[in-house]
Design a protein around this ligand. Structure first.
Ligand code: NDP
Ligand SMILES: CCCCCCCCCCCCCCCC(=O)OCC(=O)COP(=O)(O)O
Length: 310
């Protein structure tokens, strides 16, 4: 009897697993199809993660609006995508809108320009950002403010300028690229980490407030990614750091992170942490045993200071 049951259950289980996998594949295809013709805005599209997001969303058939400060570099991305042949899916030549996110007074006119491209926005990906390296004791308050302007007030201003049109249409998805440092703070990153913590808080509030209009909000928090983020980082006196850190060089491939962003949009994921075991454990430790986390960070601060002095 047991053997008979076993014989019957095994194919049933295999069939169920197979069906679940098939359903998942169909669901993924449907989600990806959902991006066809969608109007997707990407800030910081001239390099790094933003550029990879442009490639991935373009290949999925989205109508892109690429933003950055440097029109020439944005145009290079447009040319690259224009020359990509995709026989399976209709693709579109992206539009560009050039503006400085840290100057909030120009953001509303940039948003108007964005909205004029296709009349609406389906997905806004707030990706642009800068990092910072410095000791709080040696950092000008103006630097703290500047990083906040680019990483926090810029995305906030752009989001609020686009939001009413999404609410009117009862449709839209807002994504923000935060960081593991939006969940935990590590030494010598005060300006950056503070801007990412503020980002997490603002977009969590936004999610709750726009849920009733049918809008989605995704906060994506990656660990290190292999981009020019550390090279472009500012230091305590406002000068450029200009170094490719080992942590950055050994970081995740931006292509993989861009695919994770696409997945977050397709699957309407609300909060995505893309990090290895240690940073993930650190996030839990910060919540569950903060005293130990603070001790570990204090010794990390001393260790890093010693390395700098050597
Ligand atoms: N690399 C990493 O290790 C990690 C990165 N992140 C986040 O990913 C996002 C993308 O960074 P990443 O690709 O790594 O770094 P990059 O330095 O390669 O890209 C940053 C992008 O932001 C744009 N940008 C910077 N300042 C402004 C501004 N004032 N106005 C408009 N655009 C601006 C830049 O465009 P341009 O200079 O042409 O204007 C550039 O395209 C950032 O938010 C970063 O915090 C999160 C976790 C880890
Ligand atoms: C239960 C055991 C837990 C052990 C925890 C040990 C503590 C380990 C600390 C790990 C810190 C991880 C920091 C990760 C930082 C990160 O990934 O940042 C992503 C960025 O945004 C990078 O920007 P940056 O400018 O800093 O290069």
């Amino acid at each position: 009897m047991e053997r008979l049951l076993g014989l019957g259950i095994a194919p049933l289980a295999a069939g169920t697993v197979g069906l679940l996998i098939l359903l998942k594949v169909i669901q993924r295809l449907r989600h990806k199809q959902n991006l066809r013709d969608k109007v997707v805005v990407i800030t910081g599209a001239s390099s790094g993660l933003g550029k990879e997001c442009a490639r991935v969303f373009h290949a999925a058939g989205a109508r892109l609006i690429l933003c950055g400060r440097d029109q020439k570099r944005l145009q290079e991305v447009v040319e690259e995508l224009r020359n990509k042949n995709n026989e399976k899916i209709q693709t579109y030549t992206p539009c560009t809108v050039t503006f400085d996110l840290s100057n909030t007074s120009v953001v509303s006119s940039a948003a108007e320009e964005i909205l004029k491209c296709h009349g609406h926005v389906d997905v806004l990906i707030n990706n642009a950002g800068i990092s910072y390296r410095g000791n709080i004791l040696d950092t000008h308050v103006s630097v703290q403010r500047d990083v906040m302007e680019t990483n926090y007030f810029g995305p906030v201003a752009l989001t609020q300028a686009i939001l009413p049109s999404m609410v009117d249409r009862r449709s839209g998805h807002i994504v923000v690229i935060s960081s593991v440092q939006g969940k935990i703070s590590i030494p010598y990153r005060s300006a950056y980490s503070a801007s990412k913590h503020a980002t997490q808080a603002y977009f969590d509030c936004l999610r709750a407030e726009v849920d009733r209009f049918g809008l989605q909000v995704s906060v994506v928090s990656p660990g290190y990614i292999k981009t020019n983020l550390s090279i472009n980082a500012v230091t305590g006196d406002g000068s450029k750091y200009g170094v490719m850190d080992k942590t950055t060089a050994k970081g995740a491939d931006p292509v993989d992170v861009a695919h994770a962003v696409l997945k977050a949009v397709c699957h309407k994921q609300e909060d995505v942490v893309l990090a290895g075991l240690l940073p993930t454990a650190a996030i839990y430790l910060r919540t569950l045993w903060p005293t130990l986390y603070f001790r570990l960070m204090a010794s990390r601060a001393i260790k890093e200071q010693k390395v700098k002095e050597e």
